[in-house]
Design a protein around this ligand. Structure first.
Ligand SMILES: [Zn+2]
Length: 136
């Protein structure tokens, strides 16, 4: 069990951050926080980029974020061809944590705008794969 279950394209199967996928199965998106200096990271890092400590803990990304930018993909990279069109966004959550991800396909173009409030949720992709998306 590890990152080989995350997303459509396989990621490295085993990393120090592989618990990420287990949290996602419980509908929790988590980043990592440095036990030494308190710096928070998303995507999760297993070493602190600020003080270089490897003493990291997990924290859940909860509540509402605010979309700071988005784009619509009409042409997709390998593996994503049948998903287009889809929207990608960056949303800022508490403590300045920025989450990059797809927007819920059910959102209309009229609804998607900078400043809109979003939450994260896990998405079962089928075939024993999981990801997350941003939804209103
Ligand atoms: Zn640190």
């Amino acid at each position: 069990m590890g990152f080989d279950q995350f997303g459509i394209i396989s990621f490295t199967g085993t990393t120090k951050a592989e618990q990420f996928v287990e949290f996602l199965k419980n509908n929790e998106l988590r980043g990592t926080v440095c036990k030494e200096c308190g710096a928070k990271f998303f995507p999760p890092r297993s070493d602190c980029a600020v003080c270089l400590s490897d003493e990291m803990d997990w924290f859940p990304i909860t509540g509402e974020g605010t979309v700071v930018t988005f784009t619509k993909a009409n042409f997709a990279p390998a593996g994503f061809e049948k998903d287009v069109p889809y929207a990608l966004a960056v949303a800022e959550f508490a403590d300045g944590i920025k989450v990059f991800g797809r927007l819920d396909k059910n959102l209309s173009d009229d609804e998607i705008k900078v400043g809109m409030k979003v939450k994260v949720r896990a998405v079962d992709l089928g075939d024993d794969r999981i990801s997350y998306e941003l939804t209103a």
